[in-house]
Design a protein around this ligand. Structure first.
Ligand code: ARG
Length: 460
C-alpha cells in the first residue's frame, strides 16, 4: 500500500528504512497545538471564502479539538508512516470525521503549514523566555540592592584593579541581560509574520483571505512573498543567535561564580541545594549549576552553526533540508529555558562572604589609582602621579605593606605633596564612594541603578 497522503503517483510503498529516515514525527509532534491552531484558522478562513460550508468547518474544528484532547490524554498513536505531525493529525481527522477531513488541506501545503507552526511555536516560547529573563533580572536587582555597600576587588586581566561594590558587579550582569531581553523581543517581530497562504511555493488558486488567518493566529502581517514565506528560516537563526549571546553572558556569570565559590576566592556561598558532592572526596561541594550552564553554551553555539549551514546555498523555495531546522531550534529553546530557570532560582540565594571580599580588596594595591588621582587634585600632572604611585607600590611589595598601611612619613618619601588627608582616599569605602556618577560603582549609584532597573522591568 502506498502512502495515503501522496501515494497516487507511486507504484510501490516507501522503503521501510527510508520511511523512518525521512520522518520527523518523533520531534515535530511537540508542535501539535500550533498545528491544530493553524488548521482551525485555515478552516475558518476557507468558510469565509466560500470553500467550506459552515457545517464542514464545524466538523473539522470539533474533530481537531477531539484530536488535541486525545494527544493530551496520551491516547493518540503517532505513526512514522505518516511522516510528520501535520499528516498524522490530518489522517486522524479523516479517520474521525470522514471525508470532510480530506477537505482541510484545500489551498494549503505542508510547506506553509510547517513554517506557520514553527513560528507560532517559537513565538510562545520566546514569550516564556522573556518572562524568565525578567525573573532572573528581578533576582539580580534584589541582590544588588542588598549588596550595594559590599566591597570587593574589581579585576582587569583577573588581577586586582580597583575596589568595586558587589552590587555594581551584579548590575553589570543585569545590563547584559537587558540587551538579551531586547534581542529576543526584536527577534519576535520577525518571527510573528504569517507564511500561511503561500501554499507550496506560489500561492493558491482559491480565494483565500490571508488577513483573516493572520488575525485569527495573532500574526502581525502575512508574509509578503510566497517563495520567501515557505523557505525563510532567518527567524530561527536569529533566535539561536540571540540565544548564543545570552548563553555567552551566562558563561561569564558562571565562570565568576565558579571562581568565587572556590576556597581560594571564597567570595560566595552557593546554597547546598544548587550544588552536588563527590563520590570519592568527602569534603567536596561543587558548583554544578554554573558549570553546566557554562558547558551548555556549546550546544547552543553549535545549533546556531547547524542552522546557518542548513540554510546555506538552499535554492528557493522549500527543500526537505528544512526539516532539519527543528531539532536544533527545539534544543536551543529547551536549553535556554533550563539555564534561565536554574539561574533565576539560584541568583537570589547567593550569599556573599563580605569579610573575604573585603580582605581580597585590601590586597593588591587596589587604591593605587585613588592615590594618583589625589596627587592630580593637588596639582601634579597625571603621568607624574602615575610614576610616584608606581614607586610607592614597588616599596609596598618589598615591605609587604598595602598603601593604606603605610605611615604618612613613608608615603611622603615618594611625594611631599601627600598630606594626612590621604588616608580617607586610601580606604576602600572612600575609593568606591568617590566614583559617584551615573554608571559608577559608588553605593548610592548602585541604588539609583537598581531603581532605574526596577522601573525598566515594570514597563515590560
Ligand atoms: N516535515 C516537513 C518539515 O518539517 C514538513 C514539510 C514537508 N513538505 C514537503 N514538501 N515534504 O519540513
Amino acid at each position: 500500500k502506498t502512502n495515503q497522503q501522496w501515494g497516487g503517483r507511486f507504484n510501490e510503498p516507501t522503503d521501510a528504512f527510508v520511511a523512518r529516515f525521512t520522518a520527523s514525527v518523533e520531534f515535530d509532534q511537540r508542535m501539535y497545538r500550533q498545528d491544530i491552531q493553524g488548521s482551525v484558522a485555515h478552516a475558518t478562513m476557507l468558510t469565509e471564502a466560500g470553500v467550506l460550508t459552515v457545517a464542514e468547518r464545524d466538523m473539522i474544528i470539533q474533530g481537531l479539538a477531539d484530536i488535541r484532547a486525545d494527544i493530551e490524554a496520551g491516547r493518540f498513536e503517532w505513526s512514522i508512516a505518516l511522516e510528520d505531525v501535520h499528516m498524522n493529525i490530518e489522517a486522524a481527522l479523516t479517520e474521525k470525521i470522514g471525508i470532510t477531513g480530506k477537505k482541510l488541506h484545500t489551498g494549503r501545503s505542508r510547506n506553509d503549514q510547517v513554517a506557520t507552526d514553527i513560528r507560532l511555536y517559537l513565538r510562545d516560547e520566546i514569550d516564556l523566555i522573556l518572562l524568565e529573563i525578567t525573573r532572573l533580572q528581578q533576582g539580580l536587582l534584589g541582590l544588588a540592592e542588598q549588596e550595594a555597600d559590599t566591597i570587593m576587588p574589581g579585576f582587569t586581566h583577573l588581577q586586582t584593579a580597583q575596589p568595586v561594590t558587589f552590587g555594581h558587579h551584579l548590575m553589570a550582569w543585569f545590563e547584559m541581560l537587558s540587551r538579551d531581553y531586547d534581542r529576543f523581543l526584536d527577534t519576535r517581530k520577525r518571527v510573528n509574520i504569517m507564511p500561511l497562504g503561500a501554499a507550496a511555493l506560489a500561492g493558491t488558486t482559491y480565494p483565500i483571505q490571508r488577513d483573516i488567518t493572520c488575525k485569527l493566529l495573532g500574526f502581525d502581517t502575512p508574509a509578503e512573498n510566497s517563495l520567501d514565506a515557505v523557505s525563510d528560516r532567518d527567524f530561527a537563526i536569529e533566535f539561536c543567535a540571540a540565544s548564543s549571546i545570552l548563553l555567552m553572558h551566562m558563561t561569564r556569570m558562571s565562570e565568576e561564580l565558579v571562581l568565587w565559590t572556590s576556597a581560594q576566592f571564597n567570595f560566595i556561598n552557593l546554597p547546598d541545594r544548587f550544588c552536588t558532592g563527590s563520590s570519592i572526596m568527602p569534603q567536596k561541594k561543587n558548583p554544578d549549576v554554573p558549570e553546566l550552564v557554562r558547558g551548555k553554551s556549546g550546544r547552543v553555539y553549535g545549533h546556531l552553526f547547524s542552522l546557518l549551514t542548513l540554510m546555506k546555498s538552499q535554492p528557493l523555495a522549500y527543500n526537505k533540508d528544512n526539516q532539519e531546522d527543528k531539532e536544533p531550534l527545539f534544543d536551543t529553546i529547551d536549553t535556554v529555558k533550563g539555564c534561565l530557570r536554574a539561574y533565576a532560582d539560584m541568583v537570589p540565594a547567593l550569599e556573599s562572604r563580605k569579610e573575604y571580599m573585603r580582605e581580597a580588596a585590601l590586597r593588591g594595591f587596589s587604591t593605587a589609582t585613588d592615590l594618583a588621582d589625589y596627587l592630580v587634585r593637588k596639582g601634579m600632572p597625571f603621568r607624574d602621579a602615575h610614576e610616584v604611585v608606581g614607586k610607592s607600590v614597588a616599596y609596598g611589595i618589598e615591605t609587604g605593606k598595602d598603601l593604606g598601611e603605610m605611615s604618612l612619613a613613608e608615603l611622603q618619601k615618594f611625594s611631599d605633596t601627600i598630606g594626612d588627608d590621604i588616608f580617607d582616599v586610601l580606604t576602600l569605602e572612600g575609593s568606591v564612594a568617590a566614583r559617584n556618577h551615573i554608571g559608577g560603582t559608588a553605593p548610592d549609584q548602585v541604588r539609583a541603578a537598581v531603581k532605574r532597573g526596577q522601573e525598566k522591568l515594570t514597563q515590560r
